[in-house]
Design a protein around this ligand. Structure first.
Ligand code: NCD
Length: 353
């Protein structure tokens, strides 16, 4: 008797779950292509893997678990194309987004992700919270936790804030950016976008350019991309590099010409003016001339190089408009789209495990 479609699917999944990381990597690329080309629904995917109880950093995420998570995200990515995007998989669960720093993409994306999974979602902006009345971060977190949350997403200007409160609350904590330290969900959605465009990450050269010193996006990507087998280059003026950049295992470049040479992916970063005191560049004009990504500098990279930026973009500072808006080269809006699906996969994995 021919196995039913459902049995076949389960067989594929079982063999996938037994495979090593290399097999998982190529299977994920295969699934992504299937999703893209055929819109196949892999609803049964990735329900078996273990995910950490909090998501605080990309340091320590294994290659296998990351690929499983991205496979689940690819399922949500496809489902998000449908008219009815809502599910009930986390119905009745509560998510609080606690944001002590400004955000457009990340906060909206977590809110949509939670709502599309059926969660009740509450957004708290620090400007409207008791933090303004002198309440400590720990007391705020403990107060919210007492309301029987199922997940707490936090963004804070202090490095280490997410890890600190994870020790005081009874629910999973997801770090949505802590100072210059980590922004793990951004790196996961960046990895998803690269896989979606390139079909693979292993062996790719990814150039991260701009304010590396103050960027949590750079730190999270440095760990995750290398875990997934990419070669990472950092391109920045010396004053925008961390003190000991060699510790991250990436190649260091001070010029866009050498740093972008034959790169497969170019990830541009905003200068984090809110995290530095005093001027860090002689002038915006000079910075753009040396480090802003325009068509001339992009030509140093591979002809099919993918341009990424976590947003918000400062046009004419780190990126030229004609590059940012080039639909053939820029994956900036794809990153935003991937962000919702990746956060759905994270919420599902973390809340259900
Ligand atoms: C980044 C952040 O907040 O760290 N943005 C984002 O989350 N999409 C990058 C930045 O602010 O420059």
């Amino acid at each position: 008797m021919r196995p039913s479609k459902k049995t076949l699917k389960v067989d594929v999944l079982d063999s996938r779950l037994r495979g090593n990381d290399n097999q998982k990597h190529s299977l994920l690329a295969f699934y992504l292509r299937l999703h893209k080309n055929l819109g196949i629904n892999l609803a049964l995917m990735a329900t078996h893997f273990t995910f950490p109880s909090h998501l605080l950093s990309t340091d320590g995420l294994s290659r296998g678990d990351t690929l499983e998570l991205l496979a689940l995200a690819s399922d949500y990515y496809t489902r998000n194309q449908a008219t009815d995007k809502k599910h009930s998989i986390l119905k009745g669960r509560t998510l609080i987004n606690l944001f002590f720093e400004n955000s457009t993409r990340t906060r909206t994306s977590f809110e949509l992700a939670g709502k599309r999974l059926g969660m009740d979602v509450i957004n708290i902006a620090a400007a409207n919270s008791s933090a303004k009345k002198g309440e400590s971060l720990i007391d705020t977190a403990k107060t919210l936790s007492a309301m029987q949350l199922d997940a707490l997403v936090i963004r804070h200007a202090s490095s280490g804030a997410a890890r600190l409160i994870a020790g005081y609350v009874a629910c999973p904590v997801i770090n949505a950016g802590d100072g210059s330290h980590q922004h793990p969900t951004q790196a996961l959605l960046d990895a998803f976008t690269i896989l979606h465009h390139k079909g693979n990450i292993e062996g790719l050269t990814v150039a991260i350019c701009g304010d590396i010193a103050h960027s949590r996006v750079a730190r999270s990507n440095l760990y995750l991309l290398q875990t997934l087998g990419a070669k990472v280059r950092l391109i920045a003026p010396p004053q925008l590099l961390p003190n000991t950049p060699e510790q991250f295992g990436a190649e260091i470049h001070y010029s866009m010409k050498t740093g972008l040479k034959d790169a497969d992916v170019v990830m541009m970063l905003r200068v984090q003016t809110e995290r530095v005191q005093g001027p860090i560049m002689a002038s915006v004009r000079e910075y753009f001339h040396l480090y802003g990504l325009d068509k001339t500098k992009l030509a140093f990279a591979r002809p099919d190089a993918l341009v990424l930026h976590p947003g918000p973009m400062n046009r004419g500072v780190e990126i030229a408009s004609d590059v940012a808006d080039d639909v053939e080269r820029s994956g900036v809006l794809d990153q935003v789209e991937a962000g919702v699906a990746v956060r759905q996969a994270i919420l599902e994995s973390i809340v259900r495990s």
